[in-house]
Design a protein around this ligand. Structure first.
Ligand SMILES: Nc1ncnc2c1ncn2[C@@H]1O[C@H](COP(=O)(O)OP(=O)(O)OP(=O)(O)O)[C@@H](O)[C@H]1O
Ligand SMILES: [Mg+2]
Length: 75
């Protein structure tokens, strides 16, 4: 289960994510669709811990990926 909670991210003055939240259950297919510049790559980068959000949280199987990156990757 992936739980994205109120993620915000700006690049300087450019507000890329204004607070995105969604949940994906195990076995579920989920499409992240949007026009150019909507924030898809930023969202995926944060979910895979390549980028840090300015605020908000991402949980994977109940682990906060920033507080417990090793627990997350082990599970
Ligand atoms: N490294 C960066 N520096 C500054 N602004 C950025 C950076 N990366 C993305 N942005 C800006 O953040 C916003 C979201 O961009 P992002 O690349 O996440 O969107 P996207 O949905 O993946 O777009 P595309 O469909 O073109 O791939 C856009 O306004 C973009 O210009
Ligand atoms: Mg992109």
């Amino acid at each position: 289960m992936i739980d994205v909670r109120n993620i915000k991210k700006s690049y300087g003055q450019q507000e890329a994510l204004k607070g995105i939240s969604f949940s994906i259950k195990q076995g579920e297919f989920y499409s992240l669709l949007g026009p150019n510049g909507a924030g898809k790559t930023t969202t995926i980068s944060i979910m895979s811990s390549i980028l840090k959000p300015d605020s908000g949280k991402v949980f994977i199987d109940g682990h906060n990926i920033y507080d417990k990156p090793f627990d997350t990757k082990k599970s």
